[in-house]
Design a protein around this ligand. Structure first.
Ligand code: SIN
Length: 361
């Protein structure tokens, strides 16, 4: 009797445990991980130094994408991660041809139903430029996240692995869909248009200073608080899929009483557009004004920008833009104004239309 009761209890317990195991299995099967592709381009995140205390004077762009992925096995719990080595360069050498190659690859991958998001590992020095370029030419709402690190992979407390984990998390998140190209470092999410590197060596360097970051990553989850009001990705008029070159656009940097030498040289080199990083509200020193005016008369598009780093350059404020037939760069940094002007020149040379683009994107 006792034996039969014990056998019945054991059978019931076994059945219960079996059901629990089945339920757990079913739950695991129903959690579908997003497919995230990492496109590696080099930078400090792929850098190596001589010792664990080497945080300057290291070599950028030496570690391959598979090694970057293997260094963060935790990523396999949040996404199906694959990797491609697109380039292996320090980001100061990121040229227009690299941007076009990268943009085409991103668009091709995002058009595939088995890709949910893309992470681009990148040197931090020009990361904001690549991010803004892609923000204007990617034709998908799926997340595209740029990530870098300030310390090489060999440094003690290297920031690359955690940044990469966060980038994969973000690229696989539904919360990041439709927000334009994003930048994540140091647990902070910034938008491509407005973010800048603000400190040469600090981990806390990527900032959207006056307008504010978009959100944070905390406890393995993105939290968004704002969105850009400027058009991006699927809502822009730019299409680079059939382009193999971009028009030459240069930046001329102003200082007190600067002369026309740099401007004249840039025009002579064949520039189709010039961004003037003026002082204050885009002011033009006396010797610069005639040089820029002469360049415009030769057909070079002129964007009046500012080296200050914050604020709008007011149209017809410090110069009569209508009379000079100049464009003002809104609040874009000179390096981002250069990118928009290059893309604008692929569509038109009409200054009014280009001015509208600067107020739209
Ligand atoms: C680079 O931009 O490639 C080097 C510096 C960095 O990634 O922080």
């Amino acid at each position: 009797m006792l034996f039969r009761q014990t056998a019945r209890s054991a059978a019931a317990l076994f059945g219960f445990l079996f059901c629990l195991a089945l339920a757990a299995q079913a739950q695991t099967a129903s959690v579908k991980l997003p497919n995230v592709t990492i496109l590696a381009t080099g930078g400090t995140i792929a850098g190596t130094g001589a010792t664990s205390t080497t945080t300057v004077g290291y070599t950028a762009a030496t570690v391959g994408v598979q090694a970057l992925i293997q260094a963060v096995p935790e990523m396999t719990k949040i996404a199906n991660v694959s990797g491609e080595q697109v380039f292996q360069i320090a980001s100061e050498n990121m040229g227009n041809e690299h941007w076009l190659t990268l943009a085409k690859r991103v668009n091709t991958l995002l058009a595939q139903s088995n890709v949910d998001g893309i992470v681009i590992t990148h040197g931090t020095d020009t990361l904001e430029e690549t991010a803004y370029f892609l923000n204007l030419v990617v034709k998908s709402k799926k997340p595209v996240v740029l990530v870098g690190s300030m310390r090489p992979s060999t440094a003690m407390s290297a920031d690359g692995p955690a940044n990469l984990y966060n980038a994969v998390l973000l690229a696989g998140s539904q919360d990041a869909v439709g927000r334009g190209v994003l930048v994540v470092l140091n647990d902070q999410i910034n938008g491509a248009r407005d973010v800048s590197k603000t400190n040469t060596t600090s981990l806390d360097t990527f900032k959207t200073t006056e307008l504010g970051m978009l959100g944070y990553i905390v406890g393995g989850k993105p939290f968004f608080y704002r969105a850009t009001t400027r058009k991006h990705t699927v809502d822009t008029e730019f299409d680079v899929m059939n382009l193999s070159v971009l028009p030459q656009v240069e930046v001329a940097y102003a200082h007190a009483n600067v002369g026309p030498v740099a401007i004249d040289a840039l025009v002579a080199s064949g520039a189709k557009g010039l961004v003037h990083a003026g002082v204050g509200d885009g002011s033009l020193p006396a010797k610069v004004r005639p040089a820029l005016s002469a360049a415009r008369k030769k057909g070079v598009l002129i964007v009046r920008s500012s080296r200050v780093g914050q604020g709008i350059v007011a149209r017809n404020g410090e110069a009569n833009d209508d009379e000079l037939d100049f464009v003002v760069g809104d609040n874009l940094s000179p390096q981002k104004a250069r990118i928009l002007l290059m893309l604008a020149l692929t569509k038109t040379t009409n200054t009014r239309d280009i001015q509208k683009m600067f107020w739209t994107y």
